[in-house]
Each structure stands twice: as C-alpha cells, then as structure tokens.
Write a protein that binds this ligand. Sequence first.
Ligand SMILES: Cc1cc2nc3c(=O)[nH]c(=O)nc-3n(C[C@H](O)[C@H](O)[C@H](O)COP(=O)(O)OP(=O)(O)OC[C@H]3O[C@@H](n4cnc5c(N)ncnc54)[C@H](O)[C@@H]3O)c2cc1C
Length: 452
Amino acid sequence: MAAAITARAHGLSVLVLDEQPSAGGQIFRNIESLEATRNSEFSKLGQEYEFGSSLVRRFKKCGADYFTDRSVWQIDNNLQIHHVSASASKSNSVISHCQAKRLLIAVGAMERPMPLPGWTIPGVMPCTAVDVLYKSSGLIPDGEVVLAGSGPLLLLIGCRLLDVGVHVSAFLDTSMNGALLKALPLLPNALRSHKYLTRGLSLLWKIRKAGIPFYSGIQNIEALGASKLEKVRIGKSGKFFDVTADLLLLHNGVVPNVQITRNLGCEHRWYDVQRYWEPIVDDWGNTSVDHVSIAGDCGRVAGAAISEVSGHLAALETVYQLGVISKVERDNLSQPHRIELARQKHVRPFLDKLFQPSKTWLVPENDKTLACRCEEVKVSEIRETVRMGIKDPDSLKSMTRCGMGYCQARMCGLTVSEIIAEEKKVSPEEIGYFRVRSPIRPITLGQLAEID
Ligand SMILES: Cc1cc2nc3c(=O)[nH]c(=O)nc-3n(C[C@H](O)[C@H](O)[C@H](O)COP(=O)(O)OP(=O)(O)OC[C@H]3O[C@@H](n4cnc5c(N)ncnc54)[C@H](O)[C@@H]3O)c2cc1C
C-alpha cells in the first residue's frame, strides 16, 4: 500500500495484485468493512489496528489499479505475472497475466509451523488463524482455549481473546531457556524504542493478571483426541499432565514468505537468530534479480511500521530506476523515511534474540509427528531417508514426496531443512531449501487449460 502511494505520487502506472478480498494485508485485514459496519469490534482491535484506516484510505485514493482476490501463482523471468482467483469456490475463475517493467514483491510473512504430535487434528490451529477469523467474520472461539508458543504475536492475540471474553485455560510458554539473559546486552539500544517494550510488557501483564495458568520451561506438547481435540498433554521437567481443551492455538514466531522470491531465483541467506531464510536485498529493497525489489516482512520480519517505510523506499527506487527522478531527488525524498526506519529499528535485534525459536520446537523429537501435512510424511521417514544418504530437501522430495503437495513446502520447508541439518550435524544453511516451483499457489487443470 505504501509503495503504491509513493509510486503513484510520481505518476507511475501501478497494478496491485492481492489475494485478500479487501485492502489491509495481514494486520489491517478487512479494516474498511469493520470500521463501517462492526464499530464496537473495530475499537476492540486497538490503536495499532485503527492506525491502518488512514493508510488504506490513502491507498484506495492513490489511483493504483487494485485487483483483489488474485493469487499470483507464477512469475516468468521476463516479469510476466500470472494470477488466478484466490477463491477456490469460484469454479470458472479466469486465469490472467500481465507484463511489468518493475516488480515489487510485498507478500508479507507467515507463521512458522510448529509440528508436534496431534497438530493435524481438528481443534489445533496456528494462533493467527483466530485473528483472521475474527477480523474477517467476527468469529470467536468457544470452549476451553489453550495457547502455546512464543513471540509478541501470541501475547497480542492472547490479550485480544481475553478482550472478547474467550476462556483461556492455559498459556504454555515455549520460549528458549535463558533467552532473556542472551538478549540483555541488546536491551540498552532497544530502550530507544521504549514504546514497543512498554506495550509488550503490558500485554504480558494483562495475561498474568487474568489469572491464566502460565507454564514456562515446557519441553513437550501433545494434542490428544479421537476425532477432535480433547486435551493437551504437557511435559515439564520429566513430568506429564493433561489440560482439557477444545482449541489449541500454536505460535512459534513469524517467517518471511519466500515462495515467490525463491521461485524467481533471488539469492537468499540464512538468518540464524530467527532460523529462517531471507532474500538478500540492498538498502533500497533491490534483490539479486534485475528489476525485482522487495518491501515488508517478506524481506525480513520487522513489523508493520518498518514494512510501511520499506514500501516507500522501494517505490522511490523504482521511480528512480524508471527514470522519473534523479538519484539526488531519490536520496532527498528518502530522508524522512530513513529517519523513521532508524527510529523503528532499534528494538528488532532485542526482540529477535528474546524470541529466538528454541530447537525443541524446530525439530520434532517424536518420530511419529507429521512433518509434511500435504503428503503425510512423518519425521521418522525423513530421518530414515537422510540416513540412506540424501543430501538436500530436493532429493528428499524425490524419495518421499515430502514438500510436493498442495502448499508446495510452505508448511514443511523449514522443518525439513532443520531435520536434515540435525541428522548431518551441520547448519540448515549448508543443507539449503527446497527449489520452489510454480504453481506457487494451487490452480486447477481447468484453469491451466484456459491459458492463452
Ligand atoms: C496471520 C498474521 C497475522 C498478523 N497479525 C498481526 C497483528 O494483529 N498485529 C501486528 O502488529 N502484526 C501482525 N502480524 C504481523 C504483520 O502482519 C506484519 O508485520 C505486517 O502486516 C507486514 O506487512 P507486509 O505489507 O509486509 O505484509 P502483509 O500485511 O502480510 O501483506 C501481504 C499481502 O500479500 C498478499 N499475498 C501473499 N501472497 C500472495 C500471492 N501469491 N498473490 C497475491 N497476493 C499475495 C496477502 O494476501 C497480503 O494482503 C501478523 C502476521 C501474520 C502472518
């Protein structure tokens, strides 16, 4: 949205393709409709949500062509972009393509999957799913809800659930042991963005004050139930106990959505602190592929404010690259954004270290856990195949179909690299990632046949 506003302000012709049915991205999902028709719920979502109204309004007025409900499923090297209706229910959804001179990828982040025994039974969901359901349809879970994981988003969503009267019966904190101690040297710099820290502490305080049983130092979590979730088995210091639950919400941080940048062949690097791959970009968001740049959380997860700034900067670079402004003009116009970026950035190294994912939740200890949900490949099969001598995720894919299903490895990609790396006693950086092929979003044979 920010990039479109800046690019349009300089007269560029801009097309925005978005999978969602309305503007707002993840954080400001469905904001226009909520503000207009569900005002009491709108105000419950707090200041950081309300802030999105003016951004969405400016975006809608900026003159960019905005196509909603469009999933980009392939981008060719000549920047021909193929898209299709995102709603599976539309049987005759027309497949389309367009030609770009420059491409800005701003596909955001996704929750890091948290594979554990029972994570595929009904009643177990990634925690942001409740946020999506609430913002898009006003749905609130009933019954007993258990929250498990680590990260600011889990605290935020936990508090939102309390605000709308949901009964949270346990909070299972899976943060890495000693994380606070490791993050402490980074605290003085983080204090320069003290608003984030105060906000984080107030969320934590709200959860503790609500009297929710809070368990830290958790080593095992198992979701149990015959046809749906009935209870959560928790392991701590060698002892196990059960908590009754109708819904288990999992969260192990957020990682960049790299399907498109991988598919395009952009260079990526391993970010060890948060254990994910990120595309390599320069200060203006340019990737290693000509005419392709990046803005927002799909570069490095940094939150909504930094994402917005990076959108303005990437757009200024695009305007410069297309010959509309000079380098000096680009640099001058970028000054306020650079100042804002510096202001927002202080807290990130501290947060990344504090919420560094623990190995316990990256590599499932229980061999029976499903790693690849689409093709139902268990952790044990991956380990056995590695012991047979495969070297990387692609050869694992040929042997087991792991990563070959509907989600094209979005769900299992990081887990697979972590398991192979652990077996081979090296870093995932050495193991690499699946080669991501199109279609990066599922399309039907009928839709493919419609291509001109
Ligand atoms: C599920 C979820 C919920 C979150 N909720 C909050 C929150 O409540 N508060 C908070 O502070 N932070 C939240 N975050 C983090 C926050 O969303 C991000 O920091 C911020 O939205 C990043 O902005 P962005 O523009 O980079 O990406 P996003 O806001 O994620 O926007 C990316 C857009 O790209 C679209 N897209 C993705 N793939 C394709 C494709 N193939 N074709 C077409 N369009 C595509 C998506 O539909 C989306 O509209 C959330 C993150 C996630 C993953």
